[in-house]
Design a protein around this ligand. Sequence first.
Ligand code: NAD
Length: 269
Amino acid sequence: MAHNLLKGKRGIITGALDENSIAWKVALRAHEEGATFVLTNAPIAMRMGEINKLAAQTNSKIIPADATSVEDIEKLYTEAMAHLGGKIDFVLHSIGMSVNIRKNIPYPELNYDYFNKGVDVSAFSFHKLLAVAYKLDALNEHASVVALSYIAAQRAYPFYTDMADIKAMLESIARTFGYHYGKHKKVRVNTISQSPTRTTAGSGIKGFSDFYDFAEKQSPLGNASAEDCANYTISLFSDFTRMVTMQNLYHDGGYSSTGVSQEQLDAMK
Ligand SMILES: NC(=O)c1ccc[n+]([C@@H]2O[C@H](COP(=O)([O-])OP(=O)(O)OC[C@H]3O[C@@H](n4cnc5c(N)ncnc54)[C@H](O)[C@@H]3O)[C@@H](O)[C@H]2O)c1
């Protein structure tokens, strides 16, 4: 159900690869809530062509940008503001990639070139999105910037390898840039720590199905879906949360506060 929560707001949505992507669901909901926005992804991801369907459905322009390139990001903001007719009110960072995970390399044996690549794509890109906006003065006051994280930033998960460290950095960037941008222009910056979700990035992790089922049993409300994550993200883009900033917000059906569920104990009998 739509409530016009984002009526008149302009945004940039990264990371919609296919219809399973969390960013894809956010774009659909943002459109329903009255926002106008541009979609962006790495030029290589465009080759699949899926994003064109989303652009048509949401009446939005696609501006390719590699999130590791400051030059591409400058072009992204400049073209987005020209196309949308003003400064930006919300930005979604929905970008994650680890070659170490893709290649199933265990944590004690991490390849540092791959690690560097993962940091660049999945964490520095968040700093760059914020730093370029800051430099170009591309965001309106009280604009909301959200990135997606995972609880491996706080707790050890063997399968999440270097992405655990990378997500810890992502969450730290939200806090530290949130301070600077909050002081500067009242811009707020948060991360959402999302349940395991069946997407291309998620399913690329070894044993994803097992820990998806584990989290489902562990969480009193069950795993939060991509659609639920989109709704939560919309609330953070809306004016109802205009004083929320520098937070890592768990969106996980209660998983992060549960020691052990009765279902897990029963399963061990
Ligand atoms: N799926 C999960 O279980 C889960 C859980 C918690 C957090 N997250 C996070 O949610 C975010 C979105 O992932 P998703 O699960 O929707 O998967 P996804 O694979 O659909 O999205 C990842 C996106 O990152 C983009 N990307 C990769 N390299 C890029 C680059 N250089 N420049 C620009 N874009 C680039 C990809 O093209 C893709 O669109 C990620 O940050 C991920 O870590 C996912």
